[in-house]
Design a protein around this ligand. Structure first.
Ligand code: DAU
Length: 337
């Protein structure tokens, strides 16, 4: 089997490439990535010479690049996206071209090449937000209600993926996953930002009152979910993927990180809230559970493992947190404190 993984140099994509090569010794993986600020081939350094792996630097917005990569491909797994909400507020155009146009071009090429599966990595954010202090959860039937430029672009792309299923019989499946954490996550995101700031002796910027709730899934569990849906999912359907029903507030999560890093509340800085900050995400993942999936990695153990990973990979994140990152940090946080 030959897989085309888009965005394979990113956080979840690189974890998925490693996972797939280890699990399926007969398969070949092509990593297609344009290498923007969040795509980093260092994430895959240990497999770069694997004869079952190859890398193509290409842009999803360019049909010629995509067509060239599609040759002989059986399965497309589409991770590539602009993913950071804060960036989407000031760079919406990049989210429209990469996430929507890029997805449409990929669908077009995949349909033309008659791939046997096109799996789209979506997000629970397409469903909007849930109230705090409620037990409601998103399901596959929850109407889309994206509330920021990132989630609007992912929702739009998801509509295009379904349109190609209906009009071109593209054999699609979709997963809508909750927040991920683990090794190689870019330090613009909450968990790696807070870990690395604390390792640098800096404060951690909590948006608003810190009471917003997320449900954190270890990245390998997400890879397992995508794998299962590719093997056993029903064509044309989407599957919600969530964690172990232990939703916690950003403040509670911060306290866990402070404890793991030997710091106290004096390292916290409450800053101006993110505009339209979604209050709570929670997903009902019973549909994928019926296929035989459940999370295997608990938050406490794997958060500690993730902290250890950032402690032992200082070179990786110090390189990432330099150059343009510093300009980004100033732009997002400069006016918040
Ligand atoms: O739910 C899945 C989504 O999770 C993915 O589709 C997105 O690509 C991913 O970015 C993530 O979205 P969030 O906005 O939830 O993730 P982020 O790590 O940016 O923020 C997590 C929470 O922490 C959120 O409530 C905002 C808050 N936060 C974040 C940052 C970066 C802070 O309080 N301070 C911060 O500096």
């Amino acid at each position: 089997m030959k897989l085309l993984v888009t965005g394979g140099a990113g956080f979840i994509g690189s974890n998925f490439v490693r996972y797939w090569l280890a699990k399926y010794p007969g398969d070949y993986v092509v990593n297609f990535d344009v290498l923007t600020y969040s795509g980093n081939l260092e994430n895959l350094a240990e497999i770069q010479n694997n004869p079952r792996y190859s890398f193509i630097k290409g842009d999803l917005r360019n049909m010629a690049d995509v067509e060239a990569a599609m040759s002989g491909v059986d399965i497309v797994v589409h991770f590539a996206a602009e993913t950071h909400v804060d960036r989407s507020l000031f760079a919406a155009g990049d989210f429209i071209t990469s996430n929507i146009l890029g997805t449409q071009i990929l669908c077009e090429a995949a349909a033309k090449h008659h791939v046997t599966r096109f799996h789209y990595i979506s997000t629970d954010e397409v469903y909007g937000e849930l109230p705090l202090n409620s037990t409601q959860k998103f399901t596959q039937d929850t109407p889309f209600d994206p509330r920021n430029q990132y989630s609007a672009s992912k929702a739009s792309a998801e509509h295009f993926v379904r349109a190609y299923y209906h009009t071109h019989h593209l054999p699609i499946t979709i997963t809508n996953c909750t927040n991920n954490f683990g090794p190689y996550q870019h330090p613009e995101k909450f968990i790696p930002l807070f870990i690395t700031n604390l390792l640098q002796g800096k404060k951690v910027p909590i948006y608003g009152d810190g009471l917003n709730i997320r449900d954190w899934l270890y990245v390998v569990d997400h890879c397992r979910a995508v794998d299962l849906v590719i093997r056993k999912g029903v064509i044309g359907k989407s599957y919600l993927v969530g964690a172990q029903h232990k939703e916690i507030s950003n403040l509670e999560l911060t306290h866990k990180l402070l404890k793991l890093l030997g710091k106290d509340d004096s390292s916290i800085e409450f800053v101006t809230d993110r505009p339209a900050h979604d209050h709570r995400y929670a997903v009902d993942w019973s549909k994928i559970a019926a296929l035989g999936w459940q999370p295997e990695h608990d938050l406490d153990t794997w958060l500690a493992a993730t902290v250890d990973w950032y402690k032992t990979h200082r070179d990786w994140w110090q390189r990432v947190k330099s150059g343009d990152y510093l300009k980004y940090y100033d732009r997002v946080y400069g006016h918040r404190s």
